[in-house]
Design a protein around this ligand. Structure first.
Ligand code: MN
Ligand code: MN
Length: 457
């Protein structure tokens, strides 16, 4: 064998940056839409609203479990305002399986405690309880938005969305100045800002000459929203960074944004299903809540509400649910941790994924000895990589980092638990779970191409 021939036997990672100008324009168009989504849907409720709105505008109709369905029907099913499932009934019967893409729309953030409001030394604060895996020190000295709902004692509801509009005020967690930070700086990074230290400043004016900054905040909340301190108990309020997405680099190749994980996979799958025609196999996308805390709860992918939806689709078309599950295949669409040369010691370079190299397939996640993961079979990987190759989708494979360095979980284990074949595939990102995460425009667009190819397979 000639050397040139032998070199062809080697596997090389592809490149996701298109050479063709028309394709580059398509990427820019898609990224504009994606940025509009992430800048306007910073919580799971926001993402559900946005997705439902887009779907209805493209002809999807709300679906009641059990209502009859036929080929070509496009439906949308919202689960308690925090997760949403969309389906397009395909040409083949559901007993031949569906193509499912599952991703999550919750992000790490700071939730307010049930009794959050207090004052100390002339400043009014909210107590918080962080949600998901964060580096707590990143959340100080960053402007914050406040999102959520409050139910008044009489059951009426107020929606809260403060800080995204440049005219709005924002909220803030202070940090200690370095000048007197000797003791703080000698603590480990996991300790120098504590969970109880993440208190959000929300006011500083006294009610009157007798003081009362908390009272002043309560009076403003009452005037503006008609709520009392009691109503905060029946609320769900959450603080997220008041930072909009930005292009990064002289070449503008990257996007920095809060909560790419995992809206960066959710949006491409949403677009793939709403832009598409009638597929061969029924297409389903699941935008799930609570992944960041283990997929628990009635809106997390561990809930039966997800397989119930598939079962309902089968009943609505008179097909066997068991046969459907057995023949279905799912992409657990979640971000991959891209290789970061500045922290090379945490990665194993040859089994890492890289920016601008396409979507990241993970055969397994988990930690230590693959603990807690769904290990996709060679058969599943073969099916999915063939779909991607046929459609010209740039893909790469990799693990999160070094074997003993830690690890992660995704919704793949929940999907597998239902008896549905699944593999992880998503956009590689840097600074995962930071207040702003970084991803390549071209990999985001590749995720869209991957979603389209998968739903049409
Ligand atoms: Mn994720
Ligand atoms: Mn995550």
């Amino acid at each position: 064998m000639e050397r040139k021939e032998a070199e062809k036997l080697e596997y090389k990672k592809p490149c996701s940056v298109p050479k063709d100008t028309a394709e580059l324009l398509k990427v820019e168009e898609f990224i504009k839409d994606y940025r509009h989504f992430i800048d306007n849907a910073k919580t799971e409720r926001g993402a559900v609203n946005y997705a439902e709105g887009e779907a209805v505008a493209k002809g999807f109709r709300p679906y009641t479990l059990g209502e009859p369905l036929k080929t070509g029907d496009k439906i949308c099913y919202v689960n308690r305002e925090k997760s949403v499932m969309l389906a397009v009934i395909g040409k083949k019967p559901l007993s031949e399986g569906c193509r499912i893409i599952a991703s999550h729309i919750d992000n790490p953030r700071l939730d307010l405690k049930p009794q959050p409001l207090y004052e100390n030394s002339g400043i009014a604060y909210f107590k918080t309880h962080y949600y998901g895996g964060i580096k707590k020190y990143q959340w100080t000295a960053v402007p914050l938005e406040l999102h959520g709902v409050v139910y008044r004692a009489d059951g009426t509801r107020v929606d809260i969305n403060i800080g995204a509009d440049p005219q709005d005020p924002v909220f803030y967690i202070s940090d200690l100045m370095p000048h007197i930070g000797k003791d703080q700086m000698s603590k480990s990074a996991s300790e120098f800002i504590s969970g109880e230290g993440l208190n959000i400043i929300n006011g500083s004016l006294p009610f009157d000459e007798d003081g009362g900054v908390k009272l002043k905040v309560l009076s403003i909340l009452n005037e503006k929203y008609g709520i009392t301190e009691r109503d905060l108990i029946t609320s769900e309020l959450t603080a997220v960074p008041a930072i909009m997405s930005r292009e990064v680099g002289f070449d503008r190749s990257l996007i920095a944004a809060y909560g790419h994980d995992d809206r960066i996979c959710a949006y491409p799958s949403l677009r793939a299903i709403i832009d598409g025609d009638i597929p061969e196999h029924t297409s389903v996308i699941m935008l799930a809540d609570k992944e960041e805390i283990g997929s628990y709860g009635v809106t997390g992918l561990g809930s039966e509400s997800y397989p119930d939806f598939i079962r309902a689709l089968c009943e609505s078309t008179g097909e066997s649910y068991l046969a459907c599950k057995k023949a279905s295949i799912c992409l657990s669409a979640d971000v991959g941790g891209a290789y970061d040369p500045c922290y090379a010691e945490a990665y194993e370079a040859s089994n890492s994924v890289y920016l601008n190299r396409g979507v990241a397939i993970s055969k397994y996640t988990g930690s230590r000895g693959k603990g807690g993961c769904s290990d996709a079979s060679a058969e599943t990987l073969s099916k999915v990589t063939q779909i991607f190759d046929k459609a010209g989708v740039a893909w790469q494979v990799g693990e999160y980092g070094k074997v003993d360095q830690g690890g992660a979980g995704t919704v793949a284990s929940e999907i597998a638990h239902y008896g549905i074949e699944v593999v992880d595939c998503g956009v590689p990102i840097l600074s995962m779970h930071s207040v702003t995460e970084l991803a390549s425009k071209y990999d985001i667009y590749e995720m869209y191409k991957a979603s389209v190819a998968f739903l049409n397979s």
